[in-house]
Each structure stands twice: as structure tokens, then as C-alpha cells.
Design a protein around this ligand. Structure first.
Ligand SMILES: [Fe+2]
Length: 437
């Protein structure tokens, strides 16, 4: 009786295994294999059921072989266990396929809807996808650019830079890489694209997948170029204006002509030594070039008077800073030219004119201009006295270092003359004058 029960259990297990195997048919692409396994198990069930049925119908147990029944049960259990264990694996594969199909559909949707060009490419240079926007903008169909090499050849994009940019993502696991590239379209138009590339995962063969998206910034680049050009032209117009103003004062006073150029040269040298910003140096250069423009309001008889000025004449001469400020502030320079000129006779102890400004109230550009102005004025011939020479001029600024003149500016000026072979040479000053135009 025991063997009958064992045979019945074996039969039942094989039947259940056959049903479970049939359930796997729809989960796998290898449906034929699982159909055959299921059918084989079903036949085994029938094969075991027939003698069992005969035995139960006739009541004879002569055909029972105990060893065979035990082995049959063990085999049935093993098959059942195997199928039970393998089922979750197929369900997992099915689920992952569904997820991957969903991702694929999402990517397809993004690619088709994105209003910007997209390239999906894999390590090794295969281009797996390009979207419609890219094809519309470049004129190249996906079939025309199957690899990165084709893309480079067709669009004339800068090869080394583009390869380096995507290689960084392939090899160094960077999160993203970007860069501006100029490309040529199929109809030979030049466009500037700003690329952003990012890793998109890995292919089954472990190659890294990268997505490169671009925005067409051609219009913006052209606008920037025009803006730079327009700024340059405005700057040149300002320089021309400054030069014209400088020439105006020079026609009235011969000495002022070379004086303004030499003061400009020395001021710029000091400013560079003090690491002033480019804008500060530019403002100082322009201000120094016309720092005595206000003298056009001072009678030339006073300016060229041989001998010392009277108090009234000196007061009239001093007003040139105010006049200079008034002339220059009527032009809306982008730099504080008028203010520097206004302050160039101020002294740090407040003894200067016209406003008696002190130390921090005076711009560094004006402090430099003040020192350069004094040094050049003293070292040159004046109508009322012969040149005192550069040594006396340097002695003067050193004597008043920290009282009239900024100590740092004085130190740099002295160093230029005494250690850096600086000198006022007419031709050198002319060079500077032409470089400001
Ligand atoms: Fe002056």
C-alpha cells in the first residue's frame, strides 16, 4: 500500500511540475524548449498513472518495483524543486525587460520631443541615436553619421577637442562635460553649438553609453561679437576725443604737449608696478593725457610768463583743475576721467587744491598722476626757470613722502628711475601718446 501512495505522490508532483513548466512558456523567448519540457513531464505523469490505475483497478501489486518507486519519487521532487527555483529568475528577467522597454520608450519620447539636438553614443564611437531636431538642424540623417568619426568628418567639428571631451566621460567616469564647438551643416552653414554630455549607463557589452545634448548659440555668439565690436568702436571714439582734447591744449601751450605725454607714460608705469586693474590703468592713461586740458581757460600769457606768477595769476592757473573737470564731465565717459583730473593737484595732507581732499578721499589714480606731474614738471624747463633735473625732482617727492605724496607711489616712482633705468625720453613719450589713440 505504501508503494501505491508513493507512486500516486510522484504522479501528482510530476503533474504539478508539468503545469508550472507550461506557465514558463509565456515568460521566455525559448518557449519551444519549455513546451517540450512541459510535454515530457505530462507524458511522464501519464506513464506513471497507467500502471497505478491498473494496479488500483485489478488490486494486483505484482508489477510494483520498490526501488523504482523510490527513485521515481526522488526524480519527481528534484524536477519540481528545479522548476520552482527557476521560476523567479524568469519572472525577474521579464520584469527587467519590461523596465528596459519602458526606459527605451521614455528615451525615444525625449529624443523625439526635445527641441534641441541630441546624440546618444557608445564607448568606441558608435552613434546609437540622433534625434529629429539634430537631423533638421544639420541636414544629416542617422544613416549618414553612424559613428563619431563620421560626425566629426561631416560637421568639421574640432576633432581633438571633441574626442577629448567625450573621452573624459568614457574613461574617467566624469558626471558631465561641456564645451562650445563650431560645426558645419550639410548645406555648409557654420553654427556654434554648446554641448553638454553625460553618462547614460552601460550597454550589455559593458561599453559606456553617453548622451550629448547641444544648444545652438550661434545667434548669441554673433550678438556678443557685435557687442564687443561696438564697445571697441565706442572706446576708440573716446580715445580719439581724448587725443583731440590733448591736441587742443597743446596748441595753446607748447610745454604742455610733451608734459602730458611724459606724465601719461610715467603714470602708467607706476600704475602697472602697483598692479592697478586694467580699467584703472586705462582711466589713468586717459586722464593723464588731458590732465591739463583746463588750461585752455587760462590765458597763455600767464602760462608762458617768464618769472614767478602773482597771487592772482596763480589762482587763475589753479582753476585749470576745475575747468578740466567741467570739460570732461560733459562727456559721459565709462571711466572716472573727469574726477581724476579734478583731483590731480590734491595732496594727502589736505594742502592741495581745489577741494583740499585728504589721503583716502583722493583716488589712487590721482595720487599717481600728482607724483608723475610733479616729477616731470620739475625735471623740465619752464618759462620761469630752467630744468631742475630728475635728481632734484626725486628728492622733492621723497622729502614730501607721506605728507604731500602717497608713500607707495613715491617709492615706486623712485625705484623706476633709480633701479629700473626709467627716464623721460621724448620719443618714448610720443610712443605712449600714439598708443592711447
Ligand atoms: Fe595740472
Amino acid at each position: 500500500m505504501v508503494y501505491v501512495v508513493i507512486a500516486a505522490i510522484s504522479c501528482l508532483i510530476q503533474l504539478v511540475s508539468a503545469v508550472l513548466a507550461a506557465g514558463l512558456i509565456r515568460l521566455t523567448e525559448r518557449w519551444l524548449a519549455w513546451s517540450m519540457i512541459s510535454a515530457a513531464l505530462l507524458f511522464m505523469t501519464v506513464r506513471r498513472f497507467i500502471p497505478l490505475y491498473t494496479m488500483l483497478a485489478t488490486g494486483s501489486t505484482a508489477s510494483i518495483n520498490p526501488t523504482q518507486e523510490y527513485l521515481g519519487l526522488v526524480i519527481s521532487i528534484l524536477i519540481f524543486a528545479g522548476i520552482i527555483m527557476i521560476r523567479p529568475l524568469f519572472y525577474a528577467i521579464k520584469r527587467s525587460e519590461a523596465i528596459s522597454r519602458e526606459n527605451e520608450a521614455r528615451l525615444e519620447h525625449i529624443l523625439n520631443k526635445a527641441p534641441f539636438p541630441i546624440i546618444v553614443h557608445a564607448e568606441g564611437g558608435d552613434i546609437l541615436r540622433v534625434n529629429k531636431t539634430l537631423t533638421d538642424l544639420t541636414g544629416f540623417s542617422p544613416a549618414e553619421i553612424p559613428t563619431i568619426d563620421d560626425w566629426i568628418e561631416k560637421t568639421h567639428i574640432k576633432k581633438e577637442a571633441f574626442i577629448a571631451s567625450i573621452d573624459r566621460l568614457y574613461t574617467r567616469s566624469e558626471n558631465k562635460d561641456d564645451g562650445e564647438f563650431t560645426i558645419r551643416t550639410k548645406d555648409n552653414r557654420q553654427r556654434v553649438w554648446d554641448f553638454i554630455s553625460a553618462p547614460l549607463g552601460e550597454l550589455p557589452d559593458n561599453r559606456k553609453l553617453v548622451i550629448s545634448m547641444a544648444s545652438d548659440i550661434t545667434g548669441r555668439k554673433q550678438a556678443e561679437t557685435h557687442l564687443i565690436e561696438a564697445n571697441k568702436q565706442i572706446q576708440e571714439a573716446f580715445d580719439d576725443l581724448i587725443e583731440a582734447l590733448a591736441r587742443t591744449v597743446e596748441t595753446q601751450d607748447e610745454y604742455t604737449a610733451s608734459h602730458q605725454r611724459c606724465v601719461t607714460d610715467l603714470s602708467v608705469r607706476i600704475a602697472r608696478e602697483l598692479n592697478l586693474s586694467e580699467d584703472q590703468v586705462r582711466a589713468l592713461r586717459m586722464a593723464a593725457t588731458v590732465h591739463d586740458v583746463g588750461k585752455i581757460y587760462v590765458p597763455s600769457e600767464i602760462l608762458n610768463k617768464p618769472g614767478p606768477m602773482s597771487t592772482l595769476e596763480f589762482e587763475l592757473s589753479k582753476a585749470h583743475t576745475l575747468h578740466g573737470n567741467n570739460i570732461l564731465k560733459s562727456v559721459r565717459f565709462p571711466l572716472p576721467i573727469a574726477e581724476i583730473v579734478y583731483q590731480h593737484h590734491e595732496r594727502i595732507d589736505g594742502s592741495g587744491y581745489p577741494r583740499g581732499l585728504k589721503s583716502d578721499e583722493i583716488m589712487i589714480e590721482a595720487k599717481i598722476l600728482a607724483v608723475a606731474d610733479v616729477v616731470n614738471a620739475m625735471s623740465a624747463d619752464r618759462p620761469y626757470r630752467p630744468a631742475l633735473g630728475i635728481k632734484k625732482a626725486l628728492k622733492e617727492i621723497q622729502k614730501n613722502r607721506g605728507t604731500l605724496y602717497d608713500p607707495q607711489v613715491v617709492d615706486v616712482c623712485v625705484r623706476l628711475f633709480e633701479q629700473m633705468d626709467y627716464s623721460f625720453v621724448e620719443s618714448r613719450c610720443e610712443e605712449v601718446a600714439s598708443s592711447t589713440s
